[in-house]
Design a protein. Sequence first.
Length: 345
Amino acid sequence: MLVLGVESTAHTIGIGLVEDGRILVNVNDTYVPPSGFGIHPREAAEHHARIAVGLLREALKRAGRDVSEIDAIAYSAGPGLGPALRIGAVLARALSVKLGRPLVPVHHGVAHIEIARAMAGSCDPLVLLISGGHTMVVGFADGRYRVFGETLDMAVGNAIDRFAREVGLGYPGVPAVEKCAEGARSVVPLPMNIIGQDLAFSGLVTKAVELYRKGEADLPTLCRSLVETAYYMLAEILERALAYTGKRELVVAGGVARSARLRQILGDIAEDRGVALKIVPFEYAGDNGAMIALTGYYAYKRGVSAAVEESFVRQRWRLDQVDVPWFRDLCANTSGGRTPSSQSP
C-alpha cells in the first residue's frame, strides 16, 4: 500500500510517501519570514501554494513512483494556521478527486508522536511532545492519547521564539537563543509557572524581556536563564508523570526535541528513573510530510478515511479528541529501535 502525506499546518509544506509502513521519501520546504518576524498565516499559505505542485512532483520523482500508484492520500487536518492548513487540504482533495483515492485526515500532533514511536521502536511510552505549537506530556489509554500535563498559554518553542524576536535574535528562535546562552557565565531567577501538572510560559518570557529592556542582565545570561527555566519546568512535570504512570520508555517528539541542552536534561531524568530515553531523529523532528504519510498509513489500515465533502480542517483540534485504533499495531512491529525508513534516519 502506497500512501501520500501532505503537511501544511504552519511554516512548512511537506510531501511524504510511505509504502507498507516504510518511508520512501520525505520532501519539505519551509517559509522563512522576514528577519525578526514570526509566521504570517497568509504569507505562509501563499508560499505553500506556490510550491506545492512542484514539491509533489519532486517527491514522486525521488521515489520513482507515478501518481497513479498512490492508494490513499493523507493530509494534516489540524491543528494549525487556517490559511496554511487549507492549502494542504486543497491539494489532497484535488488528488483524491482526480485519482479516485480515499482521503485520510491526520492530527498533526498525533503524527509527531507516531513517527517518533516508529523510529524509536517504542510500544507504550510516555511521550513529551514539544514544538512551536505543542507542549504536552501524553500517554496512551482507552483508545486515545491522554494528557498528563500541558501548556496553558503558549508552547515552549513559541515562547522561546517570541523572546528571540523581542531581543533581535531572529527566527527560528530556539537554536539562536541556545547558541547565545553558551556565552553566559551565570543565570538570573525567572518565574517558574507550574500549576499542578500544567505550565504557563508567558510570564517567563515577559520577565526576561523586561530585564533585557531595563539592562539588568546581559543577553547571554538571559538566554541561558530562559532556556534553563523553561526546560526544568518541563522536567518537573515529566518526572511526576513518569512516577504516576510507571511507564518504562520516554519518547520525545516535535521540533524542540533537537535541542542539545534539553536532551542532556532528559538524559539525566531517564538515568535517574531507570527508563529508556528515545528521541525522534533530527530529520523527522520538525514538521514533515513523512509523519503525515506514516500516520495516514496506520489510520487507513484501520478504516479511517473521510469523504471529500467532509474533509474539513480544524485550527483547534485537541490531541486527546483523536481515536488511535492502530496503537497496538505498532507494538507488534517494534524491535528496539528499528527504523521504518528506507533512508538513513
